[in-house]
Design a protein around this ligand. Sequence first.
Ligand code: 13P
Length: 343
Amino acid sequence: MNPHPLIETARTLVAGDRGLLAMDESTPTCNKRFAAFGIAQTAEMRRAYRDMIVTTPGLSESISGAILYDETIRQRTHAGLPFAVALQQVGIVPGIKVDNGARPLAAFDGEVVTEGLDGLRERLAEYAGMGARFAKWRAVIRIDAGRPTPGCLLANAHALARYATLCQEAGLVPIVEPEVLMDGGHTLERCREVTEETLGIVFAQLVALRVRLEGMLLKPNMVLPGKDCPDQSDTETIAAATVECFLRSVPAAVPGIAFLSGGQTAELASTRLNAMNARYRSRLPWSLAFSYARAIQQPALETWRGIDANVPAAQQQLAHRAACNRAARAGRYDAGTDAPLQT
Ligand code: 13P
């Protein structure tokens, strides 16, 4: 018997050694990244940038799925194809970010909840009609004194579960993204504690709201010390803490875990994913993959700078980062040369 289409899509996204490319920055976030390089912040420049990404030669060798933003899924490539169709044509599954961003959580000073459930059923049907096969919703969890609170975790986990069941009803694979931020001076141990608590509540809500775990993917943070923590742990410690945390928290029915990069450098995001797969891959019930935005795009954006003549060089950068992360899934990334290991 063939598996349910949702299960098939979820498995396809993490099959082999490929991974996901997040190119779903909201307009304000994309504009902020453009502004840092003096790139004009217009709909056409955002279109041209995404065009450069999806027409990168050989991208589908390393990328199984790409997450689009609402503006992009309604735009066309230079060749006149809707972005979702252009991705499908090269063998990349199109996905779509469907949350409306994080807003202050009433009664919880300094904490946020992700919004976007109103009208979501109708939006999902529209995106499915445009060719999207999976979706993404990001919850944002900040570590601080006394935070996150159980109330904040519950509100965010409940929203993730509501979103996930609506996706599955619409035939889209939900990517469930509870991101514990790297911001702050907290230790690795504190991140592990908060990530474990977060995932515990998230999976309790997913099960309570009848999400089919086999037809979803998890997109979490790695277990890392905060950016301002004086003790920046080594790769082995991070890999061991992250794997241990997920073994305790993520049911084996989930086909894959695709990490976000969260502000790590491109090289560190590859190095740490590589270490986890090199040491533990054969012992894990799910795949450990990637769903990076900055850690794949940043070098290409720096090279592109909004100039047409830079497109081939930027595409080379993008293809290189994608190939490094593909190698990291197989435990074959060489941090010394920042390249896939040659046999
Ligand atoms: P980063 O890899 O830049 O953290 O982005 C991943 C993402 O999609 C955040 O929602």
